[in-house]
Design a protein around this ligand. Structure first.
Ligand code: NAG
Ligand code: NAG
Ligand code: NAG
Ligand code: NAG
Length: 147
């Protein structure tokens, strides 16, 4: 009886420890737009709805070709707030990845902070963001173990 109680207490303590240490949780990597990659006219808002939720430390990979005579340049900027995001006003935005950085395996952005991230393409003074739909919002959730 006594020994069984000790074992039970130890087991309970283990469960508490397991619950406190999230080391088994893994971050995932997402290719933005999947096969479409980061391009004009794809609905990234829809992509986020289908892929989400995203968790802290997940990463987003932006893939786009460097510009040449026949293809348009793309880039990744982060907007300061929702109003700038909605109006595609890049004045106070921050460059995340330049026109050359999406080449090859792409540019990886780790969602380290649990804040709202407003991503847009900054090319053509906001036209890619506006008319091209190259914009999406992601707010990573607290890292918890996935099923
Ligand atoms: C893009 O997808 C979102 C979410 O599914 C939807 O609400 C929106 O109407 C779509 N936009 C266009 C232009 O189709
Ligand atoms: C421009 O880049 C695209 C995509 O990488 C490629 O398919 C095309 O051949 C390139 N065109 C020229 C003229 O280099
Ligand atoms: C962005 O900055 C430019 C140059 O300072 C200014 O002319 C323009 O009105 C600003 N746009 C917005 C939407 O604030
Ligand atoms: C995210 O990754 C960093 C660096 O690897 C790590 O220090 C941090 O504990 C991680 N955060 C979460 C919530 O997993």
């Amino acid at each position: 009886m006594e020994a069984r109680g000790v074992v039970a207490a130890a087991a309970a303590a283990m469960l508490v420890l397991l619950a406190l240490v999230p080391e088994a949780c893994r971050a995932e990597q997402f290719i933005v737009g999947d096969a479409a990659r980061w391009t004009w006219g794809y609905n990234y808002t829809d992509w986020v709805v289908k892929k989400g939720p995203f968790f802290q430390n997940d990463s987003l990979v932006f893939r786009y070709d460097p510009p040449n005579a026949t293809t348009h340049a793309h880039s990744v900027y982060m907007m300061r707030n929702l109003a700038d995001y909605q109006s595609c006003n890049l004045n106070a935005s921050k460059l995340v990845a330049g026109v050359m950085q999406g080449a090859g395996s792409g540019f990886e952005f780790v969602l380290q902070k649990r804040k709202v991230h407003y991503f847009v393409c900054g090319e053509r003074g906001g036209i890619h963001c506006n008319a091209g739909q190259m914009k999406f919002i992601v707010k990573p959730k607290r890292s918890i173990c996935r099923d």
